[in-house]
Write a protein that binds this ligand. Structure first.
Ligand code: S3P
Length: 430
């Protein structure tokens, strides 16, 4: 339990959020597939990414971590050893789904497991296309649920049209394509985050992009390389939304990732009326990042749908909270994927915000929120989901009474220093 209370807070100051979760996972994965040394800076030392490190250690890769600096030294994926016990992905969907593609392409046999939440999440979206490449993946419900047994072996390239927008699925197929016989392509209807494509190029893979189609040739050699991980815009989003929500606030975010496949939150905050200034931007190598200042400047309702959804999928819980304070009716649709995240985030967000008095309705693929509504305090569940837990912490900034968060430790999955940063930025006016 964690009690969070503020008396007329205003958010002011500068913040550097921890490293990007998606990029940290991929840096360890590609560093382990590659031959040689990969030095990672800005790594996210959150629970999910530590699970990824542990798995590759079990496969015989040498990984040393000193805070946010990680050194990976690998003999290359064909030099990995047979793991002596199951590989545990914990709560991490990204670890599980991406590693399925990697293990299918390897020469080891392994069993992949996860915690109680991950064990209920669908894996078929990855195991079915991998099986069509010739992968041996077996497990319950037609290889839909962990634990899964993967026997690595030769694969054949496929052309895959993705039925859903998912960077996890796209990445798993591209990883498997690295050893497949022929050229693998993945086409998406709506563009999802492209960190895998960018990082494969950094590791020396010839990866081609034409519109919404990505192609990779089997047999590419990967070479270890330095990787700089920018701050996670999905973590920053909690304080970006807070700065836009609380009158008088102004917060500067340093070294935050600005990959256009992830910056939907900035578009939404702008359309809701916040003042946003990009003070500095660097384009790479690898990932764009920069310094962004966000200030409160009124708050209006908006509509969030279509191609915008994958660009802010993880930010929708805090956006829903923000909408409770905006003038008018905010509609979020085309977001049914929220139902298969760490928890069903549509039900979790509506249930918890209603407890505070919000006027919010659940729809099949989103939410409808009427604002502005004064929020009361209360006890909110995190559902073991880091982003629901952090949404509850941010709600305390506008709630009239304290908010108590049940099971707040899940926040360590992506943002171990969340409460310190919240206290640092939000000082009360007497
Ligand atoms: C992620 C992709 C997204 C996102 C998740 C991280 C990734 O999931 O929600 O937090 O790193 O590839 P989907 O691919 O299921 O949309």
């Amino acid at each position: 339990m964690k009690k969070v209370a503020f008396d007329k807070p205003v958010l002011q100051g500068e913040i550097t959020v921890p490293g990007d979760k998606s990029i940290s996972h991929r840096a360890v994965m590609l560093g382990s597939i590659a031959k040689g040394t990969t030095s990672i800076s800005g790594f996210l030392d959150g629970e999910d990414c530590l699970r990824t490190i542990d798995i590759f250690k079990q496969l015989g890769v040498s990984i040393e971590r000193d805070g946010t600096n990680v050194t990976v030294e690998s003999p290359g994926m064909h030099g990995w050893q047979q793991p002596s016990s199951p590989l545990y992905a914990g709560n991490s969907g990204t670890t599980a789904r991406l590693i399925l593609g990697i293990l299918a392409a390897s020469r080891v046999t392994s069993v992949l497991t996860g915690d109680e939440y991950l064990s209920k999440r669908p894996m078929k979206r990855v195991s079915l296309p991998l099986r069509s490449m010739g992968a041996s993946i077996t497990g319950e419900a037609d290889s839909n649920l962990l634990p899964l047994t993967i026997t690595g072996g030769p694969l054949t390239a496929i052309d895959y049209d993705m039925p859903i927008a998912s960077a996890q699925v796209k990445s798993a197929i591209l990883f498997a394509g690295l050893t497949a016989d022929g050229e693998t392509s993945v086409s998406e209807q709506t563009v999802s985050r492209d960190h895998t494509e960018r990082m494969l190029a950094q590791f020396g893979v010839d990866i081609q992009k034409e519109g919404n189609k990505v192609r990779v040739k089997g047999g590419s050699d990967l070479h270890g390389t330095p990787v700089r991980v920018p701050g996670d815009i999905s973590s920053a989003a909690f304080f970006m939304a807070a700065a836009a929500m609380v009158e008088g606030s102004s917060v500067t975010f340093k070294d935050v990732g600005l990959n256009p496949t992830r910056t939907g939150i900035l578009d939404v905050l702008k359309s809701m009326g916040a003042k946003i200034d990009i003070l500095e931007k660097t384009d790479g190598p690898g990932e764009p990042y920069g310094t962004v200042a966000i200030s409160h400047d009124g708050l209006q309702a908006t509509e969030i749908s279509g191609d915008l959804i994958p660009r802010l999928i993880d930010e929708l819980p805090v956006i829903a909270l923000l909408a409770t304070q905006a003038q008018g009716v905010t509609v979020i649709k085309d977001a049914a994927e929220l139902r298969v995240k760490e928890t069903d985030r549509i039900t979790a967000v509506t249930t918890e915000l209603k407890k505070l008095g919000a006027q919010i309705e659940e729809t099949v693929d989103g939410m409808i929120i009427h604002g502005p509504t004064a929020l009361s305090g209360g006890t909110l569940s995190s559902y073991g989901d880091h982003r629901i837990g952090m949404m509850a912490g941010i709600a305390a900034l506008v709630a009239s009474e304290p908010i108590t968060i049940e099971d707040p430790s899940c926040i360590n999955i992506s943002y171990p220093t969340f409460f310190n940063d919240l206290e640092k930025l939000a000082f009360p006016i007497k």
